[in-house]
Design a protein around this ligand. Structure first.
Ligand SMILES: Cc1cc2nc3c(=O)[nH]c(=O)nc-3n(C[C@H](O)[C@H](O)[C@H](O)COP(=O)(O)OP(=O)(O)OC[C@H]3O[C@@H](n4cnc5c(N)ncnc54)[C@H](O)[C@@H]3O)c2cc1C
Length: 386
């Protein structure tokens, strides 16, 4: 008879913000937890690297200070479409920090809380037999676990793929740059959003005065322009503001990172005993800059509900109730932003209604997250509390 695989109590698959947060909360509560992350060390990810107020609050609770890690401050949002640029103050102070630095700090923190972090191990398959989960790693190792938190983010695990989302035809790109000094200074404290045919993106400073350019584009448009170089040339031709920012700039890597598909608008339905957290639970369009805060929130909520004896279906229902409204609005806006009409309408509309951008920023985030967790703990739903 073959020996049973090694047993762990709680297994977290994926070491992004969601996985690290879930692991930390379980470890803090004295639970034994093992986290598996496929990358060997700190790595870059496709992300706008914008940390909303809510994300920063969760990071502080977790003992991670983005400011101490060198994050740049963001106080305003500037929208550029065609030849027009409009700007407004953000209704909150935000930060911007590379994922390479942030994710590594979170994982270190999880390890220091007692979580067994295994880097460089990839989960190849996950199956369930009664109350036990069986995991096969890419290196041939096997594990079994009582509870699994699925936090593999943008990458679906074979056999556990997410549904396609509402807006699923976009490809995401991200590249770090060194801008010219004058452009770096002009960009300081701003998140610049730019619209172009078939897509939109963001540019902001991160630590050490590097600039992060992150964008999404419709697959069909990318085919027409013939790939990344063609896309960049097409955007620069169309968007004067971005063209100016990138004049004389140098990239810090040769090629951008890319991700596809991105299931914007996806909200997990049936949990089936699996604690899906982060992008495995919900994917909000990236212009909101709220993905990481949702990742941290869902993980904190899942850990709390698990620790208080609740089940995965109740957790899933709670998260759907909390996220449904901001998710619908953000996805509708994201769909509009990639159309010619949306691109033309956005700047005049926003200059006529300067508070609209602030309203959008507020309406596409989940409300007071600590309150939501307390409500979930006491079995109250958002709708009944409104
Ligand atoms: C174009 C774009 C721009 C965005 N901009 C922003 C922004 O500005 N601000 C913001 O807050 N959010 C933004 N987001 C969203 C944000 O990136 C995600 O919501 C966030 O990264 C989700 O965190 P996570 O922990 O769920 O997943 P991830 O950060 O994707 O982490 C998952 C981890 O799991 C690991 N993993 C995957 N598969 C396996 C496996 N089989 N075995 C072991 N490990 C595995 C990966 O290596 C990874 O480290 C953006 C997203 C996109 C696509």
């Amino acid at each position: 008879m073959s020996a049973l695989p090694a047993a762990v109590e709680n297994l977290v698959i994926g070491g992004g913000p969601a996985g690290a947060m879930a692991a930390m909360r379980l470890a803090e509560a004295g639970r034994s937890v093992t986290l598996i992350e496929k990358e060997h060390g700190p790595h870059d990810k496709v992300c706008g690297e914008f940390l909303s107020r809510e994300a920063v609050a969760y990071l502080h609770q977790a003992g991670v200070s983005p400011a101490h890690l060198g994050a740049a401050a963001i106080r305003m949002v500037r929208l550029a479409s065609g030849r027009r640029v409009v700007e407004t103050a953000l209704p909150f102070r935000a930060l911007s920090l590379s994922r390479r630095v942030l994710d590594a700090a979170l994982l270190e923190r999880a390890a220091s809380q007692g979580c067994d972090v295994k880097r460089g191990a990839c989960v190849a398959s996950l199956t369930r037999d009664d109350d036990t989960w069986f995991v096969h790693l890419g290196n041939g190792e096997k594990l079994r676990a009582r509870t699994v938190f699925l936090a593999c983010g943008k990458h679906d695990l074979h056999g556990w793929n997410r549904a396609g989302g509402v807006q699923g035809d976009l490809i995401g790109f991200k590249l770090h740059w060194r801008l010219m000094r004058s452009q770096t200074d002009a960009l300081r404290e701003a998140m610049e959003l730019f619209l172009f045919s078939g897509g939109y993106g963001g540019l902001s400073l991160i630590e050490e005065d590097r600039a992060n350019l992150c964008l999404v584009v419709r697959r069909a448009v990318l085919r027409v322009v013939g790939g990344w170089n063609g896309l960049l040339a097409a955007i620069a031709a169309e968007n004067r503001h971005l063209r100016q920012r990138l004049q004389g700039a140098e990239t810090t890597w040769a090629r951008p990172l890319a991700i596809s598909p991105i299931p914007y608008g996806y909200l997990a339905e049936r949990a089936g005993g699996l604690w899906r957290v982060g992008d495995q639970a919900a994917v909000i369009p990236s212009f909101t800059g709220d993905g990481m805060s949702i990742a941290l929130h869902s993980a904190a909520l899942a850990a709390q509900m698990y620790l208080s004896g609740k089940g995965t279906e109740e957790y899933s229902r709670t998260l759907r109730t909390q996220l449904g409204r901001p998710m619908r609005l953000a996805t509708w806006l994201s769909q509009a932003m990639v159309t010619a009409g949306g691109r033309r309408a956005a700047p005049p509309l926003l200059s006529l209604l300067p508070r609209a951008m602030q309203w959008i920023a507020a309406a596409t985030r989940i409300p007071d997250q600590a309150l939501l967790i307390r409500m979930a703990h006491h079995g109250t739903s958002l709708t009944s509390a409104e």
